[in-house]
Write a protein that binds this ligand. Sequence first.
Ligand SMILES: C[S@@+](CC[C@H](N)C(=O)[O-])C[C@H]1O[C@@H](n2cnc3c(N)ncnc32)[C@H](O)[C@@H]1O
Length: 282
Amino acid sequence: MSAIIEQARNLDGYRDSSELLQRRDQDWVLDRAGIQPQNLLDLGCGVGSLLEGALRRWPQLQEAWGIERSTLRLEQARAQLQALEWRVRLFEGDLLHLDELPQRFDLVTLTAVLHWLYPKEERLFAWVARHLAEDGVFLFTSHHPWREDGLGGEDELVAEALVDMGLAAADAVPRLYAEVGLIPMGTRTRDAAGLRERIQRYFCVDAVASREAVLQVEDAEAYQRFHAATFGTYFTPLVPAARHEEFFERLGRIAERRMRADGQVTSIPVSVWRCRPLGSDA
Ligand SMILES: C[S@@+](CC[C@H](N)C(=O)[O-])C[C@H]1O[C@@H](n2cnc3c(N)ncnc32)[C@H](O)[C@@H]1O
């Protein structure tokens, strides 16, 4: 098995690759807390970088909790946060099947995770609403690259690769997704109005700030590693097994081509939503 396929299977390398995109949003998100939290819960905490930033930012933070599904990422988070261990509590868990906790949190964060919970996000929203302190804040990010055909964001690179490989005509890509039962990223991320309607069933939305999340890479290999660490093998059902390695190579070349032509691989609107418990606007 090639190194890139092995990396994708393990979703490895996130600490390095997230510096290209997701990591850049974490300070921007924490800037919006507007409180001095005593405790924090980061949902889908990955390798623990937001927790680390929060512990550095708020010396009074007594407890920083993280919940993450990937065993490997949790191990990497534990190693990274070792020195701060007495304040950190990390748990392996599925955000859609969380047990009730005996305590509430001043601050709950969810960054670059929401689309992975589609279409059951509300299950987590309801859980967070039950675990947020009365004057607590819930901060989460969403990405809205949706297009008319249901594709968006990373789907566009994948579509180009599928066309280059002769696996689908450009207008037949959505059909290929449907045939293999794969939900496009553009569909997973919902549009802002649909998301607002759902979130307002559980929280009052205080503020939403948006900007562009621009991905730039040095070369084809760097993009392959980013894709493997972020999306793993999510898109490979679209490609015959014998051509998976070629698929990653194509993605890398497409990213490199985009860099040369536009100076960026993708640009996706990212928003941070600041939410308070229902009734706190009264
Ligand atoms: C793109 S990473 C974001 C990690 C981190 N929050 C950040 O901002 O860098 C998405 C993370 O969500 C986790 N995740 C996705 N679905 C999950 C679920 N149902 N339960 C727990 N974790 C989940 C993944 O394992 C992954 O670490």
